[in-house]
Design a protein around this ligand. Structure first.
Ligand code: GAL
Length: 671
């Protein structure tokens, strides 16, 4: 199976292209400008269903033929969408059952996009038919490079609670639990009189008088991710059947606020991976957030190629304040994804819309035209990408892994936990940030990694791995000499949501050599001090060190003298436990100590502004490495380097200067 858009030379560079929003004469100018900007790949037709199937079963492909022909003539490859992301009004009017329902029973209307229920047989039939019609029409079109199924599955409708979904949920539950007895046990239905005596009694976790059952919530999250995946696969299978040589993808949303899909499962079902990532314009550390997303994508890709399918050239239109990007930010953002392993970066979208809900979202060609900061930067990066094309297919090596788990994220997002101040993604990000600031490249790995996969790493970080049956892989990893850092809210429940008894952190208790008798979350705004001078917010717990050595204790707060950070020797390795919401410098120090002890080289304090990542691969049969450095600060920085700086063509014989706000890519030579 082909695992990369066919015929794309070098790094992929382009955008979503929505020509249907413009009169036809504009298309020729589009292609001309794409050539100027070095564009080699565009995603076409993502929201074109209503114009491709104008009434039930009547397809009109002529306009799309002309679009594809023009792109081909201009040398631009096409990531062709199956156009199923926004069902047309004729469909939802004729078949209102296609529309999704919210947990409180509101049926969502058409009039925006993604107005479909994943369990609707009519939607599925029509979507698959359209995918087939497109595949049959364009199977031999020379511009066809890849397929783009749907768009951002679950973005607006991660879960549907309608009766059809209720029936599909029951079927899914039967396959998972086998019997009603097993389901009753798994969900703990003895509580609050929820015992089920017939499958028909089970419904999705709709709005109820009090908190929903946690097992039901977690299973519904799993079901909803799987239901959307099945929908994707139905289209993908048709595409594989009709166009076996054309790789298929769908764009993920590995980002700070989207949690609905278990992408570890999804990643196995795409031929190459693609991601959409938008920075939080007002977040001062949005560039770290970006690297986090890119590293998760590389982990998901597991060696397959991936690209950034969407980011923005400047402002988006859906944040509270849509701030324009600073000069150079588009470029830094693009290179940061490449540094972390992307083999291309595309934008939403090519030409800024003049009508519709996204009029104020930036694009490669802004409302103001080409005499603009945005278009100049687009042209610059487009030209530069051609100079670093050799980097495609190379890999990124890391000696630290972070365990990342959508199911723990779901479970910890449920109501009725010890505190509402804890947020899984922010917690993982805080640890990632400390690693990023230490200049360490990080891989993300799935929760049930086998110990041999973990043993490739000097240090494994396990943040809030809440939902876990047992810690055996981690025990074996540490026994074999690994260094592990586990943080609070790990090991608390099994995968059904039942609490591991005998003291927290349940599944990890023995490995960590500790036992917690009670949680002590902190009040809003409260901070406690540790005896090493660091401080913690959000979380503390009444921890006893058994075999573990106490590295820091609380100096004040509700638990003075109680251990807050511990270190346990286990076999040939070491297992750390962080039992509190350590902040800022304290977390930086702890992470650097664990890195030092694990023997991982890290940057000195004070070098936090420059991001340096190494990719390694081959050029002409010889092993090569590339140093990609992105300077997020406002002063020039000199780095050691020997080789050729590919963007300027200059030799680096000992060092290279990364200009303030700038980027360098050095093909390194061994010295
Ligand atoms: C994405 C979506 C695009 C566009 C973009 C705007 O979520 O896939 O179609 O809406 O956001 O930022």
């Amino acid at each position: 199976m082909t695992t990369w858009p066919t015929g794309v030379p070098g790094l992929a560079w382009g955008a979503d292209y929505n020509p249907e929003q413009w009169p036809e004469p504009v298309w020729a100018e589009d292609v001309e400008l794409m050539r100027r900007a070095g564009v080699n790949l565009v995603s076409v037709g993502i929201f074109s269903w209503a114009l491709l199937e104008v009434e039930e079963g009547r397809y009109e492909f002529d306009w799309l033929d002309r679009v594809l022909d023009q792109l081909h003539a201009g040398g631009v490859r096409v990531d062709l969408a199956t156009a199923t992301a926004a069902p047309p009004p004729w469909l939802t009017t004729a078949h209102p059952e296609v529309l999704p329902e919210t947990a409180d029973g509101v049926r969502l209307s058409h009039g925006s996009r993604q107005s479909y229920c994943p369990s609707s047989p009519i939607y599925r039939t029509k979507a698959v038919a359209l995918a087939r019609a497109l595949a049959e029409r364009y199977r031999d079109h020379p511009a066809l490079s890849a397929w783009h199924v749907g768009n951002e599955y679950g973005c607006h409708v991660p879960r549907c609670y309608c009766d059809r979904c209720a029936a599909a949920f029951r079927t899914w539950l039967q396959a998972r639990h086998g019997s009603l007895d097993a389901l009753n046990e798994a969900w703990g239905t003895a509580f609050w009189s929820q015992h089920y005596t017939a499958w028909e009694q089970i419904v999705p976790p709709r709005v109820t008088p009090a908190q929903n059952n946690p097992g039901q919530l977690l299973d519904f999250d799993r079901f909803s991710s799987d239901a959307l995946l099945e929908l994707y696969k139905a289209e993908r299978d048709v595409l594989h059947e009709v166009t076996p040589g054309v790789p298929v993808t769908t764009n993920f949303m590995v980002t700070w606020n989207f949690s609905a899909l278990d992408y570890w499962k999804w990643a196995a079902e795409v031929d190459f991976l693609s991601n959409d990532h938008y920075t939080r314009a007002e977040h001062p550390e949005r560039h770290i957030d970006l690297s986090f997303s890119a590293d998760v994508m590389r982990g998901l890709a597991g060696g397959k190629p991936w690209l950034l399918m969407e980011h923005s050239t400047s402002a988006v239109n859906w944040q509270v304040r849509n701030i324009a990007k600073l000069p150079g930010e588009l470029r830094r953002n693009s290179y940061a994804h490449v540094a972390h392993g992307a083999d291309g970066t595309l934008f939403f979208q090519w030409r800024q819309s003049r009508a519709g809900a996204e009029r104020y979202h930036s694009a490669m060609v802004p409302h103001a035209g080409t005499d603009t900061k945005v278009f100049r930067e687009v042209e610059l990066v487009g030209a530069e990408y051609q100079r670093i094309a050799e980097i495609v297919g190379s890999t990124v090596d890391a000696s630290v892994a972070v365990v990342y788990d959508w199911q723990s994220w779901w479970a910890l997002s449920q109501p009725a936990h010890p505190t509402s101040d804890f947020a899984y993604q922010e917690h993982v990000f805080a640890l990632y940030r400390a690693l990023w600031r230490a200049g360490v490249t990080v891989d993300f790995v799935p929760p049930v990694a086998d110990p041999s996969a973990l043993s490739a790493y000097e240090l494994v970080v396990v943040p809030a791995l809440y939902t876990v049956d047992d810690a055996t892989p981690y025990e074996e990893y540490v026994a074999g000499g690994g260094h592990l850092l586990v943080t609070y809210l790990s090991g608390i429940t099994d995968t059904r949501g039942h609490v591991h008894l005998g003291g927290y952190p349940g599944a990890f208790r023995e490995l960590l050599g500790v036992r917690t008798e009670e949680f002590h979350p902190l009040r809003s705004g409260e901070a406690v001090t540790l005896d090493d001078g660091s401080s913690a917010t959000v979380w503390t717990e009444h921890l006893h060190a058994d075999s573990a050595k106490v590295m820091a204790s609380y100096a004040d707060g509700p638990l003075p003298g109680v251990p807050a950070v511990t270190r346990n020797e286990h076999g040939d390795g070491v297992a750390w436990y962080l039992a509190c919401g350590l902040t800022g410098d304290g977390l930086d120090r702890l992470v650097r100590t664990t890195l030092d002890q694990a023997g991982v080289h890290h940057a000195d304090v004070g070098q936090e502004g420059v991001e340096v990542v190494r990719r390694s691969g081959q050029v002409g049969g010889s092993a090569v490495s590339w140093l990609v450095a992105v300077n997020h600060g406002d002063g020039d920085v000199e780095l050691s380097a020997v080789g050729v700086e590919l963007l300027s063509g200059a030799r680096a014989s000992g060092s290279v200067v990364v200009p303030a706000g700038g980027v360098v890519v050095v093909r390194e030579e061994e010295v």
